[in-house]
Design a protein. Structure first.
Length: 266
Protein backbone atom coordinates (compact mmCIF):
# COMPACT_ATOMS: atom_id res chain seq x y z
CA UNK A 1 0.00 0.00 0.00
CA UNK A 2 1.24 3.46 -0.80
CA UNK A 3 1.89 5.98 1.90
CA UNK A 4 -0.74 8.60 2.59
CA UNK A 5 1.30 11.18 0.71
CA UNK A 6 1.67 9.05 -2.41
CA UNK A 7 -1.98 8.04 -2.36
CA UNK A 8 -3.00 11.68 -2.29
CA UNK A 9 -0.83 12.41 -5.31
CA UNK A 10 -2.30 9.44 -7.18
CA UNK A 11 -5.83 10.81 -7.09
CA UNK A 12 -5.30 14.54 -7.10
CA UNK A 13 -7.06 15.92 -10.18
CA UNK A 14 -4.67 18.31 -11.89
CA UNK A 15 -7.49 19.84 -13.96
CA UNK A 16 -9.63 20.70 -10.94
CA UNK A 17 -6.61 22.12 -9.11
CA UNK A 18 -5.70 24.38 -12.04
CA UNK A 19 -9.26 25.55 -12.69
CA UNK A 20 -9.91 26.29 -9.03
CA UNK A 21 -6.83 28.54 -8.98
CA UNK A 22 -7.99 30.47 -12.05
CA UNK A 23 -5.50 28.90 -14.42
CA UNK A 24 -6.10 27.10 -17.70
CA UNK A 25 -5.91 23.35 -18.23
CA UNK A 26 -4.25 22.50 -21.55
CA UNK A 27 -4.83 19.05 -22.99
CA UNK A 28 -4.11 16.90 -26.00
CA UNK A 29 -5.93 13.99 -27.58
CA UNK A 30 -4.42 10.51 -27.45
CA UNK A 31 -3.56 9.20 -30.93
CA UNK A 32 -5.17 5.81 -30.30
CA UNK A 33 -5.05 3.09 -27.64
CA UNK A 34 -1.22 2.95 -27.76
CA UNK A 35 0.48 3.15 -24.38
CA UNK A 36 3.69 4.29 -26.07
CA UNK A 37 2.21 7.36 -27.77
CA UNK A 38 0.20 8.17 -24.65
CA UNK A 39 3.37 8.11 -22.56
CA UNK A 40 5.10 10.42 -25.04
CA UNK A 41 2.24 12.92 -24.68
CA UNK A 42 2.29 12.58 -20.89
CA UNK A 43 6.03 13.25 -20.88
CA UNK A 44 5.33 16.57 -22.65
CA UNK A 45 3.62 17.67 -19.40
CA UNK A 46 0.10 18.18 -20.72
CA UNK A 47 -2.50 18.88 -18.05
CA UNK A 48 -4.94 16.28 -19.34
CA UNK A 49 -4.91 13.49 -21.89
CA UNK A 50 -8.15 13.10 -23.88
CA UNK A 51 -8.97 9.40 -24.36
CA UNK A 52 -11.86 9.19 -26.82
CA UNK A 53 -14.28 6.26 -26.63
CA UNK A 54 -17.06 8.01 -28.56
CA UNK A 55 -15.65 8.13 -32.08
CA UNK A 56 -12.80 5.62 -31.91
CA UNK A 57 -13.12 1.88 -32.63
CA UNK A 58 -12.03 0.66 -29.18
CA UNK A 59 -13.36 0.51 -25.64
CA UNK A 60 -12.23 0.55 -22.02
CA UNK A 61 -10.46 -2.80 -22.38
CA UNK A 62 -8.07 -1.50 -25.01
CA UNK A 63 -7.24 1.76 -23.20
CA UNK A 64 -7.16 0.39 -19.65
CA UNK A 65 -3.49 1.27 -19.10
CA UNK A 66 -3.66 4.85 -20.34
CA UNK A 67 -5.30 6.31 -17.20
CA UNK A 68 -2.74 4.47 -15.06
CA UNK A 69 0.12 6.02 -17.03
CA UNK A 70 -1.53 9.43 -16.68
CA UNK A 71 -1.85 9.12 -12.93
CA UNK A 72 1.76 7.99 -12.62
CA UNK A 73 2.81 11.08 -14.59
CA UNK A 74 0.63 13.55 -12.70
CA UNK A 75 -1.59 14.13 -15.75
CA UNK A 76 -5.39 14.04 -15.55
CA UNK A 77 -6.81 11.16 -17.60
CA UNK A 78 -10.01 12.31 -19.33
CA UNK A 79 -12.21 9.72 -20.98
CA UNK A 80 -14.96 10.80 -23.34
CA UNK A 81 -17.58 8.07 -23.05
CA UNK A 82 -19.83 7.12 -25.99
CA UNK A 83 -22.88 8.74 -24.43
CA UNK A 84 -24.96 9.31 -21.31
CA UNK A 85 -24.75 5.76 -19.99
CA UNK A 86 -24.14 4.83 -16.37
CA UNK A 87 -22.16 1.68 -17.17
CA UNK A 88 -19.89 3.51 -19.64
CA UNK A 89 -19.16 6.28 -17.12
CA UNK A 90 -18.59 3.77 -14.34
CA UNK A 91 -16.14 1.73 -16.41
CA UNK A 92 -14.21 4.82 -17.46
CA UNK A 93 -13.79 5.89 -13.85
CA UNK A 94 -13.03 2.38 -12.64
CA UNK A 95 -10.07 2.02 -15.04
CA UNK A 96 -8.66 5.27 -13.65
CA UNK A 97 -10.19 8.29 -15.35
CA UNK A 98 -10.61 11.20 -12.96
CA UNK A 99 -12.25 13.39 -15.61
CA UNK A 100 -15.17 12.14 -17.65
CA UNK A 101 -16.72 13.87 -20.66
CA UNK A 102 -20.30 13.11 -21.66
CA UNK A 103 -21.15 14.10 -25.25
CA UNK A 104 -24.47 15.34 -26.65
CA UNK A 105 -25.88 16.67 -23.38
CA UNK A 106 -29.05 18.52 -24.36
CA UNK A 107 -30.93 19.28 -21.15
CA UNK A 108 -30.35 20.13 -17.51
CA UNK A 109 -31.83 16.75 -16.57
CA UNK A 110 -29.24 14.96 -18.71
CA UNK A 111 -26.48 17.01 -17.07
CA UNK A 112 -27.82 16.02 -13.64
CA UNK A 113 -27.76 12.37 -14.65
CA UNK A 114 -24.15 12.71 -15.85
CA UNK A 115 -23.18 14.00 -12.41
CA UNK A 116 -25.21 11.29 -10.69
CA UNK A 117 -23.54 8.50 -12.68
CA UNK A 118 -20.05 9.88 -11.99
CA UNK A 119 -20.40 10.31 -8.23
CA UNK A 120 -20.64 7.84 -5.37
CA UNK A 121 -23.55 8.10 -2.93
CA UNK A 122 -24.86 10.29 -1.44
CA UNK A 123 -24.12 12.70 -4.34
CA UNK A 124 -24.72 10.04 -7.00
CA UNK A 125 -25.25 6.39 -7.80
CA UNK A 126 -21.86 5.15 -9.02
CA UNK A 127 -21.22 1.52 -8.09
CA UNK A 128 -18.13 0.73 -6.05
CA UNK A 129 -15.41 -1.37 -7.66
CA UNK A 130 -12.54 0.87 -8.82
CA UNK A 131 -9.82 -1.38 -10.27
CA UNK A 132 -7.11 1.19 -11.07
CA UNK A 133 -6.24 1.45 -7.40
CA UNK A 134 -4.76 -2.06 -7.45
CA UNK A 135 -2.10 -1.10 -9.99
CA UNK A 136 -1.00 1.99 -8.06
CA UNK A 137 -1.24 0.34 -4.63
CA UNK A 138 -3.85 2.81 -3.45
CA UNK A 139 -6.15 1.74 -0.65
CA UNK A 140 -9.90 2.12 -1.08
CA UNK A 141 -9.81 3.60 2.41
CA UNK A 142 -7.84 6.48 0.92
CA UNK A 143 -9.53 6.75 -2.46
CA UNK A 144 -13.25 6.31 -1.82
CA UNK A 145 -13.69 9.25 0.59
CA UNK A 146 -11.88 11.52 -1.92
CA UNK A 147 -13.35 10.13 -5.14
CA UNK A 148 -16.28 12.51 -5.52
CA UNK A 149 -14.07 15.54 -4.95
CA UNK A 150 -11.43 14.39 -7.43
CA UNK A 151 -13.89 13.53 -10.20
CA UNK A 152 -14.33 16.25 -12.83
CA UNK A 153 -17.54 16.15 -14.87
CA UNK A 154 -17.45 17.65 -18.37
CA UNK A 155 -20.68 17.94 -20.35
CA UNK A 156 -20.50 18.59 -24.07
CA UNK A 157 -22.84 20.99 -25.87
CA UNK A 158 -23.32 20.01 -29.52
CA UNK A 159 -27.00 19.58 -30.36
CA UNK A 160 -29.83 22.05 -31.04
CA UNK A 161 -31.26 21.07 -27.63
CA UNK A 162 -27.92 21.78 -25.96
CA UNK A 163 -27.74 25.18 -27.62
CA UNK A 164 -31.28 26.04 -26.48
CA UNK A 165 -30.68 24.82 -22.92
CA UNK A 166 -27.09 26.01 -22.44
CA UNK A 167 -27.77 28.31 -19.49
CA UNK A 168 -29.82 25.69 -17.61
CA UNK A 169 -27.17 23.03 -18.22
CA UNK A 170 -24.40 25.32 -16.95
CA UNK A 171 -26.38 25.92 -13.76
CA UNK A 172 -26.45 22.22 -12.79
CA UNK A 173 -24.65 21.53 -9.52
CA UNK A 174 -21.75 19.11 -9.91
CA UNK A 175 -20.94 20.02 -13.51
CA UNK A 176 -17.38 21.34 -13.61
CA UNK A 177 -16.83 22.11 -17.29
CA UNK A 178 -19.32 22.96 -20.04
CA UNK A 179 -17.68 22.05 -23.30
CA UNK A 180 -18.36 23.45 -26.78
CA UNK A 181 -18.02 20.93 -29.61
CA UNK A 182 -17.34 23.14 -32.67
CA UNK A 183 -17.79 20.49 -35.36
CA UNK A 184 -21.19 19.26 -34.18
CA UNK A 185 -22.23 22.79 -33.31
CA UNK A 186 -21.62 23.78 -36.92
CA UNK A 187 -24.08 21.07 -37.97
CA UNK A 188 -26.61 22.10 -35.34
CA UNK A 189 -26.36 25.72 -36.48
CA UNK A 190 -27.02 24.75 -40.10
CA UNK A 191 -23.50 25.25 -41.47
CA UNK A 192 -22.04 21.76 -41.16
CA UNK A 193 -18.27 21.62 -41.38
CA UNK A 194 -17.88 25.41 -41.53
CA UNK A 195 -16.18 25.98 -38.19
CA UNK A 196 -15.15 29.54 -39.10
CA UNK A 197 -18.67 30.52 -40.18
CA UNK A 198 -19.91 33.71 -38.45
CA UNK A 199 -22.83 31.83 -36.85
CA UNK A 200 -20.46 29.31 -35.25
CA UNK A 201 -17.90 31.91 -34.25
CA UNK A 202 -20.56 34.17 -32.70
CA UNK A 203 -21.89 31.32 -30.55
CA UNK A 204 -18.39 30.27 -29.49
CA UNK A 205 -17.46 33.86 -28.64
CA UNK A 206 -20.34 34.27 -26.19
CA UNK A 207 -20.11 30.74 -24.81
CA UNK A 208 -17.55 31.39 -21.99
CA UNK A 209 -19.49 34.34 -20.61
CA UNK A 210 -22.76 32.41 -20.57
CA UNK A 211 -21.14 29.42 -18.89
CA UNK A 212 -19.22 31.65 -16.49
CA UNK A 213 -22.45 33.27 -15.31
CA UNK A 214 -23.12 30.01 -13.43
CA UNK A 215 -19.57 29.84 -12.11
CA UNK A 216 -18.56 27.05 -14.50
CA UNK A 217 -15.54 26.67 -16.75
CA UNK A 218 -15.92 26.78 -20.53
CA UNK A 219 -14.08 24.15 -22.53
CA UNK A 220 -13.34 23.65 -26.22
CA UNK A 221 -11.35 21.45 -28.62
CA UNK A 222 -9.29 23.07 -31.36
CA UNK A 223 -6.29 22.36 -33.56
CA UNK A 224 -3.08 24.26 -33.04
CA UNK A 225 -1.59 27.12 -31.08
CA UNK A 226 -3.17 30.11 -32.83
CA UNK A 227 -6.77 28.94 -32.38
CA UNK A 228 -6.04 27.85 -28.82
CA UNK A 229 -4.68 31.30 -27.97
CA UNK A 230 -7.82 32.86 -29.40
CA UNK A 231 -9.99 30.57 -27.28
CA UNK A 232 -8.04 31.50 -24.16
CA UNK A 233 -8.51 35.19 -24.92
CA UNK A 234 -12.25 34.57 -25.28
CA UNK A 235 -12.40 33.08 -21.79
CA UNK A 236 -12.03 29.34 -22.33
CA UNK A 237 -9.92 27.68 -19.65
CA UNK A 238 -10.26 23.96 -20.46
CA UNK A 239 -8.68 23.69 -23.89
CA UNK A 240 -7.73 20.67 -25.95
CA UNK A 241 -5.13 21.99 -28.38
CA UNK A 242 -5.26 19.08 -30.83
CA UNK A 243 -4.21 15.46 -31.04
CA UNK A 244 -0.71 14.25 -30.27
CA UNK A 245 -0.58 12.79 -33.78
CA UNK A 246 -1.67 16.03 -35.48
CA UNK A 247 0.75 18.17 -33.49
CA UNK A 248 3.55 15.66 -34.02
CA UNK A 249 2.91 15.70 -37.77
CA UNK A 250 2.99 19.50 -37.74
CA UNK A 251 6.35 19.43 -35.96
CA UNK A 252 7.78 16.86 -38.35
CA UNK A 253 6.57 18.80 -41.39
CA UNK A 254 8.09 22.03 -40.04
CA UNK A 255 11.38 20.28 -39.32
CA UNK A 256 11.56 18.79 -42.82
CA UNK A 257 10.63 22.12 -44.47
CA UNK A 258 13.39 23.86 -42.55
CA UNK A 259 15.99 21.21 -43.37
CA UNK A 260 15.08 21.10 -47.05
CA UNK A 261 15.12 24.88 -47.29
CA UNK A 262 18.63 24.85 -45.86
CA UNK A 263 19.63 22.14 -48.30
CA UNK A 264 18.40 24.24 -51.24
CA UNK A 265 20.29 27.27 -49.98
CA UNK A 266 23.41 25.17 -49.66
Amino acid sequence: MKSEGNAGTAFENRVKRLLSSGRAAWGVGAVDESEFSAKMAINCDVDFLWIDLEHRPYGTGEVRWLPILCRQGGVAPMVRVPGLDSSAIKKALDIGANTVMVPQVGTADEAKRAVEYAKYPPQGSRGITPTWTVYLDVSWDDYLPAANDETCVVVQIESPAGIANLDAIAAVDGVDVVFAGPSDLSASLGVIGQLRHPKVQAFLAEFPQRVGASGKTAGIALQGVAHSKQAYDQGYRFINIGSFGFLGAQGLTAALDELRAGERRG
